[in-house]
Structure formats: structure tokens, C-alpha cells
Design a protein around this ligand. Structure first.
Ligand code: AQP
Length: 343
């Protein structure tokens, strides 16, 4: 983590976060990210939410699927409660300043820092020689996504913590190297009961849109029967639920289902266990399915409705790009000035 003292008092509060259109949205993306994006939308901050399509292509994407997933992600944001008037909704490739600042940050970030990024190691796996250069450089572009807006707060799931620490390190190094106080040392906002939703098949792996097993995740577009079947088949242990949170510490699968319940019902884990402690999974799973369907069905129905009008989604993204560029352009211009580029 960067040692530089916080300089956030010098910047207007602004929230930025992004999601990759690398597949359909999962319950992990919803609880760890989108639901909290909605909570942060309000008078206190300007909010910018991005479909990070240039990150998605760090692994192969079929062009038709990428287009569809980008629109579907935008529909998901809106259906979950993001207001495109109040927040800026934009896809990354329509704001070239992200990539332009990303290049500069490739020259600020150090190889040693990048080599420590666990997400690259996880995603590249044993086949690192065959991974794209973009997958390796991804966190420097992510820093640019955030800092091109001088964003001060970034709501994310737990898995993004290391990338946000790198973002602070890049900002601090840039400020130090050029003797300026130009980039904010952004604060990660990792809060709530579901900062790390785990796979339904393996409590040690996070729920992910690119997991080969569809049974490992709940997709935001799953219908009620599919959600119920996935929860029924979710891996658990033979014990009843404990009545205290400590009783979940060695039970990752049980803890995951309780965390999901807590996040969906806006309760604490203690409140969920006060109500359901002592129950067998044969009773708790149907209660969880019912809750999940109740919360997710209105979102998926609205997503499907919005997807019938792709032209409207494209217009929202085009307008979002205009508003985003109004903010990003002056930051990039000033960055070029600071580093000595003749304009
Ligand atoms: N399982 C999760 N629990 C909580 N939060 C999660 N997020 C993702 N999965 C979980 C949060 O969602 C935001 C967007 O993530 P992303 O799509 O940009 O990338 P990711 O973290 O790599 O998500 P996936 O689903 O695992 O995508 P793929 O499979 O394409 O790599 C982030 O805030 C993330 O923390």
C-alpha cells in the first residue's frame, strides 16, 4: 500500500467503478458491485459507472458477444437502479482518454509491482507465456480509468483491493516524480456482507462470470427455476446453521450462503443467524431461493425489456461518453503538460 499521506481533501468527491462485459452479470457482480453503486448514487458524490470493454478483450471475446454483453451490462445497471441522468453510464472504448492515460501509467508502474498482481497469476494460470500483454498491463489501465476522472472513491469487491492499492502507488509515484499534487490517492470502498461471493460449487473460489461451470454462479438473467435448482444443488456441509457468526468460520460454503442471504435482505449476518440458526440446509436453501428470486426477478425482467431497445441503450452510452469526455479531457491535457509533451 502506498505510504503517501491522503490528499483527498484537495479533490471534489467523485465515484468511479467499472465492470467487464466479459460474460453475463453474476450475483457476485450484483452484490459486490452494482448494488453498492446504486447506494452511492446521490447528492454527495458525482458517480461514473463504466462498462470496461477494453479490459474484457484482455482475453478473447467474440465480437458479437462483446457487443451484446456491453449492452446487457448497461441494461443491468439501469434495471438495478442506476439512473443514467444522475450517474454517467459509459463504455470505456468511447472515451479514448482512458487508453491515452493508460499508456502514461504503463511508463509509471514498475515491472516488480505488476508481477505481484495475483489476478494476473490466477487468470494466466500455468499458461502465462500465452497470456496477452494486455492482461498483464490491465491494472495500469484500471488506474487510468479511475484517475482520468480524478475519482476519489471506488466501490469494488474484495478481489480488486490489490489493483486499487496499485492505483494509489501509481498516483503517488506520478505526483512524486513530477513534484505535483495532481492525482488523488483514491480510497477503495469495500463494504457490506457480500464483498466476496463464492462459487456455489467450491467455497474457496470466487463466483465468476467466466467459470466454465454455469452451476457455480447465479446469472442475473437466470429464471426462478434455474435459481432454485442452482441453490438446491449448491455445495454445503451436513451441519445445521449455527446461531452465531463465529460458527461459520470453518464452513466456507455455509458462510457464503448466509452472506448472500444477508446482502440480498439488507441484514447483518448476525440478524440472519438469529432468524435461521439451527435450521438444516433443507429449510434454509428454499428460503434463500425465494429471497433471491424476489430480489432478482424484477431486475432480470427489466433487463430483458431494455434489451429490446438496443438503440436506446446505445444513445445512453453515447451521451454518457460525451459527459465523461468533458471530465477526462482536461485531466489528460494537464497530464501531458506536466510530463512535457508539446501540444
Ligand atoms: N464473486 C464476487 N463477489 C463480490 N464482488 C465481485 N465482483 C466480481 N466478482 C465478485 C466485483 O464485480 C466488479 C466487476 O468485476 P469485473 O467484471 O470487472 O471483473 P472480475 O472481478 O474479474 O469479475 P468476474 O465475474 O470474475 O469476471 P471474469 O470471470 O471475466 O474475470 C468488481 O468490483 C469486482 O470486485
Amino acid at each position: 500500500m502506498s505510504e503517501a499521506p491522503s490528499n483527498l481533501a484537495n479533490f471534489a468527491p467523485r465515484v468511479f467503478s467499472g465492470i467487464q462485459p466479459s460474460g453475463g452479470l453474476t450475483l457476485g457482480n450484483y452484490l459486490g458491485a452494482i448494488k453498492r453503486f446504486v447506494d452511492m448514487q446521490g447528492a454527495d458524490y458525482e458517480t461514473i459507472y463504466c462498462m470496461v470493454d477494453m479490459h474484457a478483450i484482455t482475453v478473447w471475446q467474440d465480437p458479437g458477444a462483446l457487443r451484446r454483453n456491453t449492452r446487457e451490462l448497461c441494461a443491468g445497471f439501469i434495471a438495478a437502479g442506476i439512473d443514467p441522468e444522475q450517474s454517467i453510464l459509459v463504455n470505456q472504448s468511447q472515451v479514448p482518454e482512458h487508453a491515452q492515460l493508460g499508456w502514461i501509467f504503463n511508463c509509471v508502474a514498475r515491472m516488480g509491482w505488476m508481477k505481484r498482481m495475483t489476478q494476473f497469476k490466477d487468470k494466466a494460470g500455468k499458461n502465462a507465456e500465452q497470456a496477452s500483454l494486455g492482461l498483464f498491463a490491465y491494472p495500469a489501465l484500471m488506474a487510468a480509468d479511475i484517475l482520468v476522472y480524478h475519482a476519489t472513491h471506488v466501490p469494488v469487491g474484495e478481489d480488486q483491493k490489490q489493483h486499487l492499492e496499485l492505483t494509489r502507488d501509481i498516483a503517488a509515484k506520478f505526483n512524486h516524480d513530477y513534484d505535483v499534487d495532481f492525482f488523488p490517492l483514491t480510497e477503495p470502498v469495500i463494504e457490506g456482507a457480500a464483498t466476496r461471493v463464492m462459487s456455489l460449487r467450491d467455497g474457496s473460489k470466487k463466483m465468476s462470470k467466466s467459470d466454465p461451470s454455469d452451476m457455480s454462479r447465479i446469472n442475473m438473467t437466470d429464471d426462478a427455476d434455474t435459481i432454485a435448482a442452482k441453490i438446491r444443488k449448491a455445495r454445503t456441509d451436513p451441519e445445521a446453521l449455527p446461531s452465531e457468526a463465529e460458527g461459520l468460520s470453518e464452513r466456507p460454503e455455509a458462510r457464503n450462503l448466509v452472506n448472500i442471504y444477508a446482502a440480498l435482505s439488507d441484514q447483518t449476518v448476525a440478524e440472519v443467524l438469529a432468524e435461521h440458526g439451527g435450521q438444516q440446509f433443507s429449510a434454509f436453501k428454499p428460503a434463500l431461493s425465494e429471497l433471491a428470486v424476489e430480489k432478482l426477478a424484477p431486475i432480470s425482467t427489466e433487463m430483458a425489456r431494455l434489451m429490446e431497445e438496443p438503440g436506446e441503450i446505445d444513445a445512453i452510452l453515447a451521451r454518457g461518453a460525451e459527459r465523461a469526455r468533458e471530465r477526462a479531457e482536461p485531466v489528460l491535457k494537464k497530464t501531458y503538460e506536466i510530463i512535457g509533451m508539446v501540444r
